[in-house]
Design a protein around this ligand. Sequence first.
Ligand code: IDP
Length: 142
Amino acid sequence: MALERTLSIVKPDAVEKNHTGAIIARLEQEGFIVRAMKRVHLTRAEAEGFYAEHRGRGFFDELCSFMSRSPIVIMALEREDAIAKYREVIGATNPANAAEGTIRKLYAASVGENAVHGSDKPESAAREIAYFFAGYEVSPRA
Ligand code: IDP
């Protein structure tokens, strides 16, 4: 299995509750390398651009308000089989359905405010990493 990258976000609810460090530590324990990282407060328009594929869905407004409410921490993570492994570690979208020990089970309060984001497929990961990071920020140098 080749090295792969995924886009990770510690969402406003988890940053507000000071869970950022615990979440990053867990991801490092699971073998992810932090290739790039920053803390930003998105504008509403930036949140809408990031979630453009969800425009038209019932929760889009709520999601974009939430994601622009307060700062988030964004990371480009690298690991073998990163996309699938990351989604396994974070658990189901709705924390009520997330497996014991997953990040969403541990830190999320609801299906909307669910602590973390992760890319769902390689094309999304490439688009999402490019949305937030310039090429030199995720350079292949170790
Ligand atoms: P994912 O983040 O697990 O990939 P998606 O279905 O892609 O889940 O949804 C994106 C985000 O939209 C979720 O992480 C969550 O924050 C929000 N969301 C999804 N479904 C609902 C809902 O039914 N109500 C409110 N927010 C939702």
